[in-house]
Design a binder for this molecule. Sequence first.
Ligand code: SF4
Length: 381
Amino acid sequence: GQCAAVCPVGAIHEKDDTDRVWSAIHDTNKHVIVQVAPAIRVSLGEELNLSFGSIVTGKLIAALKMLGFTKVFDTNFTADLTIIEEGHELIDRIKKGDTLPMFTSCCPGWINYVEQKHPDMFKHLSTCKSPQQMFGALAKSYYSQRENIKPEDIYVVSIMPCTAKKYEAQRTEMSVNGIDPDVDAVLTTRELAKMIKQMGIDFNSLREMRFDKPDEVTSGAAAIFGATGGVMEAALRTVIEILDEKPLDSIEFDKVRGMGGIKEAGVTIKGETIKVAVAQTLSNAEILIQQVKAGTSPYTFIEIMACPGGCVGGGGQPYGTTHQVSIERIHAIYQVDRLTSIRKSHDNAAVSNLYEHYLGAPHSEKAHHLLHTHYTNRKIL
Ligand code: SF4
């Protein structure tokens, strides 16, 4: 269906994990926690008889608690963390004159493509793990220590818009101990809807709840990760402010928004203009790769999302995701951003607190060990 059309790499790995998750929930020896990606809160409602683009964050949390998850966390928290790590990586590369352009690394459909088709591009990829995997790594280290629960007794579930995330979670390159997955199971939007229906939950009448701490503090910058251009905009809000050492005049970057295949923008930092680009779908990504190979790429930073519209159009989203449906979900995502009081990742005090009490500083040894990864040549001859 839709998935095979837009998400060829992820589709191969599509399998139903709901039984595995039910078993973990019913296993009294397991501490089962769940994280929810930014794009789920604007699409799940459609599977449960609500209109396209409904924002269902509070009811979604309540439903997950009813299903039996002990803690419900927000992937937006580690999306903010991703922006801090990736933003500092970009700043470092600019200052040191290292390899540019730098490409984002949070979309496994894109990462699979580079590993299979363009291993010579690895040095252009950010080394940051995706928000899903940063969450998993922190769950099996920081959270495990804080709660005094052995990592092997913590079972981490993700709700993702994406079938390729199931594969990403299994990669040993993503594992803190190099063996066991940090994220134990990944459910798509469709699979979560199925579990809610299996339980007979009347979703619409649920009382809204909040995410568990510290993930109840997240920024609007993290919320927009689910739309094409969102990671770029979130990064710009942070990188420009750090380099310019003063608040941005305007935090909305309209040029990187919308359904264009390749979008570009010029931004001025310390009096110098740099160019950035955003591509959705791999055929557009290929155009930008060829520019880099030819030495003609004018860009400093490039965001790539494999799915049309970004994660709102992911292969794990409700069936029947049309162009128009993606646009409705994108509208909802920017509304979440506007309604959030903190709109920049570096203003998230809970993230700063995590650095202060656990990680040290961006790119510290601990941050590198937990939050960064490497890539593997899987070239198909
Ligand atoms: Fe998954 Fe989002 Fe990438 Fe699509 S764009 S493959 S949903 S991470």
